[in-house]
Design a protein around this ligand. Structure first.
Ligand code: KOT
Length: 831
């Protein structure tokens, strides 16, 4: 009996369920959509049309699942989590949806019989790049896991017209081009005009004295904009639960424009139009730096307010005006402080609209929100000028002052008379220009606060919020990040997935700890061969892609050394570059220098206003050009910068990586998630003891990872003592030589000094991120990696053990941690 149930369960995930279409029906459905939705036919259709027709067929299943899920959640009146995030970096959806529905193979065959290649048509899909990097991709992995675990959840965010810019490289430099992901429509989204929301902005607050002595505040907004929701169904693995990602698009509000229009202000009415629509026009391309612009705060308020209204509408449908159960039914997770204005917004609704008293409103509010911190970098911690806040959200600023006044009383009770601590914990930073600190607001207004890896959470407690941790010792906690193994192994590395299926069965995508079963084959010669053959095949594929994208030929027998992430000084792409230059020098000095041929592959976007980050991209490209064209070395060393790094490119690079560069300054990378994806696909990490690298090392064992560099404690000690980069420059000949090389015109003929800004940042600039201090140790780790690669069996064993020990890093585990420690949610099965 038990065996039977298990078998059936396994089958459910491996193949499409009975209600799904068989191959013949799929074929018919795709052709029907070709004819009836797209107005073309099999003979005329191009890949784009086939892609759209296939999406439409798949979407029929998706919507059926969505309907059933919503019905089930409604009937069960479930508690749900609402994941508020300014970013969801979804990438492409076709392959994911097919895999999660169990329809991939069926569809592949159906299309084949129609003379169409599924892989080819999937290339037609533009990435949904509504995020910058780690934070946005984490949100995407989390909503996949929430649906997979049958948890009632809604993702809330912004429906940006333009996602993260498209990167072109011209003469080595990054050029930003607009991303127009919806130019040809998005077949996965559904517009819901019936759920439009009106959002007030600007204006002033009127104080009214009520009969019962109650002071009422009335906000008279200066503008009203409309929020139009677009729903993107999120299919869980197994295809049962289909949750929703609801993204808000801003529109001008008719009712306001008509006033202006009727008064004869036709042109002004148009201006109003443009302004309102600007709100969701474009994603700010800054990763871990605050944009500090009016429009950014308006974006944050716009999507938070739309989402709260949506939640409240749904709550009221079930519970009317009885607010007593609100925080039992609703939990809101704030993905960093970007949606933190939702806290005063909920207070405003409860006090000004529902007319609850402050204490009752606050008791509801502070049981509803939880906050995830993603960074300790000071430049990323959001604070808004109080005057700007007041102009845009006058009532919210009043509420924030009141939250703060009451909180200061609590601080006084814990540290009587200590003004220093009050100054530090206050939501308002005093000074010539008062600032609203969104981090403090988030901690005060949330019942739980988490960091994203053990070390990061420890630093949040020790360095960022020590006094808050003293006041509320159980509020601050850790939830280590994770990644969805459906996208990041099953879908992106089908050959490895099938090999794994054959060895340990097919249920690892739902139970990633099962990968441990591979460990017993780590020394099995046959398995090693199979594993490394797949890696090599993936490298051949990537080499073709590299040729197509850059014209550079790379040898699949070389080590593929991959660093893919946003460009930031703390991530230290320039440390990698210095090592490449050192290897180049060694090869020039000694053509027989013993090293296994290596290709360094980069993918990285720099924030458009981040000068040094752009200079680093330029430097990588110039060094690459020189090396790749230098016949003395290019059989051993190549460097490739792949333009326009994004989710769909990551899906091609990760399965082909041998080495994963995770080389941030210790204490700076909160977690990292690319580290997990690469290791899961059998790449070995060269990394510092930072973020989740530490936990990866714990899982794979010190012998299966190349750890180097200063630890967090050592970085702190060095700073205390006084760090002087010249100590390293003056005492390391090789390091001095490569840094001086940057000043020459060797890499930029006729333009000496074109790469000097890098050198300056690491010397006169103070080398904030300790590149020089870690250089020697990094070179040693790289030599060890080279040595290991020259022993194919040893390397294969290490690679297999990396894949085998990644179980902890499934986002399903992260979500289960959130559920147990923070959200207290029950799954709701959908029949
Ligand atoms: C961006 C702007 C403001 C505040 C924080 C960020 C931020 C942080 N963006 N991405 N992060 C990254 O988040 C990832 C997911 O938690 C982490 O793995 C990574 O280390 C952060 O840098």
């Amino acid at each position: 009996m038990t065996t039977k149930t298990t078998k059936r369960a396994t089958k459910k995930v491996a193949s499409s369920s009975k209600t799904m279409m068989n191959k013949a029906e799929l074929k018919a459905s795709i052709v029907k959509h070709l004819h009836c939705s797209l107005g073309t036919d099999e003979n005329k259709a191009n890949n784009h049309a086939w892609w759209k027709a296939t999406c439409a067929s798949v979407q029929e299943h998706v919507l059926e699942g969505l309907r059933k899920t919503q019905k089930s959640h409604y009937l069960n009146d479930t508690r749900a989590v609402h994941y508020f995030s300014a970013e969801f970096l979804m990438g492409r959806l076709m392959s994911n949806n097919l895999h999660n529905l169990g329809l991939f193979e069926q569809t592949e065959k159906a299309l084949n019989e129609l003379g169409v290649n599924l892989t080819d048509i999937m290339e037609e899909e533009p990435d949904m790049a509504l995020g910058n990097g780690g934070l946005g991709r984490l949100a995407a992995c989390f909503i996949d896991s929430l649906a997979t675990l049958d948890l009632p959840a809604v993702g809330y965010g912004l429906h940006y017209e333009h996602g993260l810019f498209r990167q072109e490289i011209q003469n080595g430099e990054q050029i930003e081009r607009p991303d127009s992901w919806r130019d040809y429509g998005n077949p996965w989204e559904i517009c819901r005009p019936e759920s439009i929301q009106d959002i007030p902005l600007f204006g002033y607050v009127e104080t009214k004295y009520g009969e019962n002595g109650r002071i009422n505040k009335e906000w008279h907004p200066g503008h009203i904009v409309k929020g139009l929701p677009w729903d993107i169904p999120v299919v869980g693995y197994g295809g049962k639960t289909v949750n929703v990602l609801r993204l808000w698009q801003s529109q001008s509000s008719d009712y306001f424009n008509w006033d202006v229009f009727n008064a004869g202000g036709y042109v002004d009415a148009q201006t109003e139009n443009v302004q309102a629509e600007t709100i969701s026009k474009v994603l700010y391309p800054n990763d871990e730096t605050q944009a500090g612009k009016d429009l950014r705060l308006i974006q944050q308020y716009f999507f938070s307010a739309c989402s709260l209204k949506d939640i409240i509408r749904r709550y009221k449908r079930a519970h009317g005006d009885d607010w007593s159960r609100f925080s039992e039914q609703v939990v809101i997770q704030l993905n960093d402080t970007h949606p933190a204005v939702a806290i005063p917004e909920l207070m405003r609704i409860l006090i000004d609209r529902a007319e609850l008293d402050w204490d009752y409103a606050w008791s509801i509010c502070s049981k509803t929100f939880a906050y995830t911190n993603h960074t300790l970098l000071p430049e990323a911690l959001e604070k808004w000028p109080a005057r700007m806040f007041e102009r845009i959200l006058p009532r919210h600023l009043e509420i924030i002052y009141e939250i703060n006044r009451r909180f200061m009383d609590e601080v006084e009770a814990v540290w009587p008379g200590n003004n220093e601590i009050k100054r530090k914990l206050s939501i308002i930073e005093e000074g010539p220009d008062k600032m609203v600190r969104m981090g403090n607001l988030s901690v005060i207004g949330s019942f739980a606060v988490n960091g994203v890896a053990e070390i990061h959470s420890a630093l949040v407690k020790k360095d960022l919020f020590p006094e808050f941790n003293h006041m509320w010792p159980s509020k601050l906690t850790n939830v280590t990040n994770g990644i969805t193994p459906r996208r990041w192994l099953k879908a992106c590395n089908p050959a490895l997935s099938q090999l794994i299926d054959g060895k340990i069965g097919q249920d690892w995508p739902l139970n990633l700890d099962k990968l441990k079963g591979l460990a017993e084959f780590a020394e099995d010669a046959k398995f090693q061969k199979q594993f490394m053959k797949i890696k090599r095949d993936n490298k051949v594929q990537l080499a073709k892609e590299v040729m197509a994208l850059t014209g550079v030929e790379i040898d699949p027998n070389a080590i593929f050394d991959v660093q893919i992430k946003r460009l930031h000084e703390y991530k230290r792409q320039h440390l990698n570059l210095l090592y490449i230059m050192a290897l180049y020098r060694r090869l020039l000095e000694n053509p027989d220098y013993d090293m296994h041929p290596r290709v360094f592959l980069f993918g990285a976007k720099a924030a458009p206003g981040y000068k040094l980050a752009k200079d680093i991209i330029f430097a990588i490209n110039k060094v690459a050009e020189k090396i790749n064209n230098d016949a003395r070395v290019n059989h051993k060393l190549k460097v490739v910068f792949l333009p326009n790094y994004r989710v769909s490119l990551a899906e091609k690079m990760i399965p082909a990586a041998d080495i994963s560069e995770q080389i941030s300054t210790a204490g700076k990378e909160a977690s990292g998630t690319g580290n997990m994806k690469l290791s899961l696909n059998g790449a070995l990490t060269v990394g510092t003891l930072d973020g989740a690298n530490i936990e990866i090392a714990e899982e794979v064992g010190d012998e299966n990872i190349f750890i180097f560099g200063l630890t967090v404690a050592e970085v702190e000690a060095l700073d205390k003592k006084g760090y002087n980069p010249f100590d390293y420059y003056d005492n390391n000949r090789e390091l001095k030589a490569v840094l001086d090389w940057l000043d020459s015109d060797y890499f930029t003929p006729g333009k000496p000094g074109a790469l000097s800004s890098l050198k300056r940042s690491m010397l006169e600039g103070g080398d904030h991120y300790k590149v020089l201090a870690d250089f020697t140790s990094y070179c040693e780790a790289q030599s060890l990696a080279d040595k290991a690669y020259k022993e194919p069996e040893r390397w294969a064993k290490m690679a297999i053990l990396n894949t085998a020990h990644m179980g902890k890093f499934t986002s399903d585990r992260s979500i289960k941690d959130y559920v147990e420690r923070i959200w207290k949610l029950d799954p709701c099965k959908v029949e």
